[in-house]
Write a protein that binds this ligand. Structure first.
Ligand code: GDP
Length: 186
């Protein structure tokens, strides 16, 4: 798929990225609920970018969520670009309606090189990004603090947003970040 073939949407777009099994589908389902409408997808199932049009929780603003294929599956591909379809990088680099990249990392797993690479790449590309630590419900209070700190250090982040698709923890904060980015200029 060439970049020119991405759907020409006028709406603010939010991309969701993460290693396979990070909990991306679960989070998207929880955020988007029943209101999603699948507007387009590239061919193939797991390796496609799926675009969803939806309304924000206030029901006022229309947004598009772009669900990107998971990367770094198993031990085969350690880097992001390895095993990633060629259209992903151009999408992330030139998509003009893309307002925010939500990078998912597993709060139960130490910082990963592939996540680091993606985050560094997005920073170099000048993208606004929010790093979200998934499955936070699996951790006790002490483990949360420790793991979130490790992620911040390992990925060189000022902030990481803990969430749980299972309990709904952190979703309000994530929505606020998404809405803030959606109205941002540029
Ligand atoms: P994806 O490959 O990134 O789309 O990941 P999935 O959404 O399919 O989730 C991978 C696994 O993690 C599944 O077994 C989910 O049930 C589990 N999972 C996802 N989100 C959460 C969460 O917030 N809490 C817990 N405890 N498990 C989760």
């Amino acid at each position: 798929m060439a970049a020119a073939q991405f759907p020409a949407l006028e709406l603010p777009e939010i991309a969701f990225l993460g290693r396979s099994n990070v909990g991306k589908s679960s989070l998207l389902n929880t955020l988007a609920g029943e209101k999603t409408a699948k507007v387009s997808s590239t061919p193939g199932r797991t390796r496609a970018i799926n675009f969803f049009a939806l309304l924000d929780p206030s029901q006022r603003r229309k947004l598009v969520f772009a669900d990107l294929p998971g990367y770094g599956y198993a031990k085969i591909s350690k880097s992001v670009s390895e095993g990633w379809p060629a259209f992903i990088e151009p999408y992330l680099a030139i998509r003009s309606t893309l307002k925010l990249c939500v990078c998912l990392v597993d709060s139960n797993v130490p910082p990963q090189e592939s996540d680091r690479q993606l985050i560094d790449w997005l920073r170099a590309a000048g993208r606004d990004l929010a790093v979200v630590a998934t499955k936070i419900d699996r951790l006790s209070g002490n483990e949360r603090t420790r793991n979130l700190l490790a992620l911040k250090k390992g990925l060189e982040l000022e902030d990481v947003l803990p969430v749980s698709a299972k309990t709904g923890y952190g979703l309000k904060e994530l929505w606020a970040r998404i809405e803030g980015a959606s109205v941002a200029q540029g």
